[in-house]
Design a binder for this molecule. Structure first.
Ligand SMILES: N[C@@H](CCC[C@H](N)C(=O)O)C(=O)O
Length: 302
């Protein structure tokens, strides 16, 4: 490992990420290294880590290299691997733009949940500090049938029925009377049946704010409560649409929802073909170098 590792820090609606550019996949990012970097007190701090690798250089992405030059090797803050991160892919695109790999407009990003199409809107300020929003085509939601379709999530004495929605990664969406009912969310909310989520789940708590306008809190698998979750916001929009009797793929009428998260606002459209688009901000806030010796010492002492 070289003595310095370049990194950046970015966020999308305050879902924050350590970004490690590593085009040739030369850096050994073990789960412990990721957790150390994402540590908010002894590390850089982040809900997750975006390992930026050329698709051709990563065994999990090689097959997508013809469609997408770059692979988002996404890791949760605890070091675990996740299939997809909606805010992450928008911040990932912003990094590629800042680094000069891509310009405004359309690009494709490979993820473990397949190739995602991204659109970087024109910047609205010359400094780029008020950079244009980034839209990502998130694919279609999958709502499992059968006993795993409806689940129950609990916090303390409260239990709610929740909708099982897969956005490439797993979600349980519960409609609550008040977001405070979710409590401090220091631990993952228990759910039943366990068979619904063999690999754990991201849990969203949702309240109505107005017509096609909701607000949510989220407990993310591998990260705890975060200020936003892009895949979660999409799952919430789909679960809310179905609750409201809207099913764009069945009726041919698109549905757009405003989803407020503690860290901002996301706009989610489920198109007439069932494809979901998410739009929101994506910001790079800092860049620097990690002292590789510090990282090695931290890993040895753990
Ligand atoms: N914050 C992300 C989701 C990150 C992955 C998630 N914690 C999981 O384990 O599935 C988003 O913006 O979608």
């Amino acid at each position: 490992m070289s003595s310095r590792i370049a990194f950046l820090k970015g966020h999308g609606t305050e879902n924050d990420f350590v970004i490690v550019p590593d085009p040739e996949n030369a850096i050994d990012l073990s789960p412990a290294a990721v957790a150390t970097l994402c540590d908010r007190r002894a590390g850089i701090g982040g809900d997750g880590l975006l390992h930026v690798v050329r698709s051709a250089a990563h065994p999990e992405a090689r097959e997508m290299a013809a469609q997408a030059e770059w692979f988002m090797d996404y890791r949760n803050g605890d070091g675990s691997i996740a299939e997809m991160c909606g805010n992450g892919v928008r911040v990932f695109a912003r990094y590629l733009q800042r680094a000069g790999y891509v310009g405004e407009g359309d690009l494709a990003v490979a993820t473990r949940a397949g190739v995602k199409s991204v659109h970087i809107a024109k910047a609205v300020s010359r400094s780029g500090s008020a950079a244009g929003a980034v839209t990502v085509g998130m694919g279609k939601a999958v709502l499992p049938d059968g006993p795993e379709s409806d689940v129950t999530v609990s916090v303390g004495e409260h239990s709610w029925p929740a909708r099982n929605v897969n956005m490439g990664n797993p979600h349980a969406v519960a409609f609550v009377d008040d977001l405070d009912q979710a409590g401090d969310l220091f631990t993952p909310p228990p759910f039943t049946p366990e068979s619904a989520y063999p690999d754990g789940v991201n849990v969203e708590f949702v309240v109505d704010r107005g017509p096609r306008h909701v607000a949510m809190r989220v407990h993310e698998r591998g990260a705890g409560e975060t200020r936003s979750c892009g895949t979660g916001a999409c799952a919430v929009a789909v679960a809310t649409a179905r609750r409201d009797g809207a099913d764009p793929a069945a009726t041919g009428t698109p549905a757009t929802y405003v989803v407020d998260v503690p860290g901002g606002r996301l706009l989610i459209t489920e198109r007439a073909d069932g494809e979901i688009e998410m739009t929101g901000p994506a910001v790079i806030v800092a860049e620097g170098e990690i002292d590789a010796q510090w990282l090695e010492e931290r890993l040895q002492s753990a």
